[in-house]
Design a protein around this ligand. Structure first.
Ligand SMILES: *Cc1c(COP(=O)(O)O)cnc(C)c1O
Length: 228
């Protein structure tokens, strides 16, 4: 068996075990194989090993890959920082955009989606550890941001996403995952809307994210190996 297949099976097993141990149904947790900087051959191995969703960070790189292997049976999620002038490509190629963090970007996505008669599924990125270097809506603005988003007819707000401040101790992520969970509840209660997803957890902290309610985990290194 090849290394990628081994790793996918291992991660799937860990997701199941972690979910079970905290009383969750593992089927409520989707695994994204993060394939940025990885070749199409590597991606195909991942899909053959059972990956059903691929995550990409850079529009141009992603479009080239999708054009090459777009017919493979998987969904594509955009998880990188998105500039408004690239919204058109994100809308054309991706099932879910995880990183909507400005109204300007939402407006552009809405416009491009309308043009092709699509309801674009999106997540709001929250800058949960309030790092200056990171994009994302601040926690205190997240309710009003979500409210504005609901005005866009060609966008559907599916949930929230965060990338906590990196630490070598994955336990440090827990407080941020808890905070994102609470923001989701607050938005649901305040706006009387249902939002499904919490996209949180990467190779080193996905188990903690699952314990704190993640419905989507984004895993690159632990599946496809180190990136150059
Ligand atoms: C690269 C990336 C990941 C995957 O990170 P790994 O540590 O390789 O698992 C997840 N989410 C986002 C937003 C990323 O940019």
């Amino acid at each position: 068996m090849d290394a990628i297949k081994n790793r996918v099976l291992k991660i799937e097993n860990e997701i199941q075990k972690t979910a079970k141990a905290c009383g969750r149904d593992f089927r409520d947790i989707s695994l994204i194989g993060v394939s940025k900087k990885k070749s199409v051959d590597t991606i195909i191995k991942g899909v053959n090993a059972g990956i059903k969703i691929l995550g990409e960070n850079y529009i141009q790189e992603a479009v080239e890959k999708i054009e090459k292997i777009g017919s493979i049976p998987c969904d594509w999620h955009f998880i990188g920082h998105l500039q408004s002038n690239k919204a058109k490509f994100a809308v054309k190629y991706f099932n879910l955009i995880h990183t909507v963090d400005t109204i300007k970007l939402a407006k552009e996505i809405n416009k491009k989606a309308k043009k092709i008669n699509k309801i674009q599924n999106i997540l709001m990125q929250v800058n949960i550890s309030e790092e200056k270097s990171k994009s994302g809506v601040l926690a205190k603005n997240s309710c009003s941001f979500a409210k504005e988003i609901t005005n866009f007819k060609n966008i559907s707000l599916n949930g929230l996403m965060c990338i906590p401040e990196f630490s070598y101790d994955p336990e440090k992520s827990r407080q941020y995952f808890k905070a994102l969970f609470n923001i989701k509840n607050k938005i649901q209660n305040t706006l009387k809307i249902k939002i499904k997803h919490l996209s949180m957890g990467m190779s080193y902290d996905f188990k903690i994210a699952i314990q704190e309610g993640a419905t989507i985990v984004r895993i690159g290194t632990a599946i496809f190996g180190e990136r150059k």
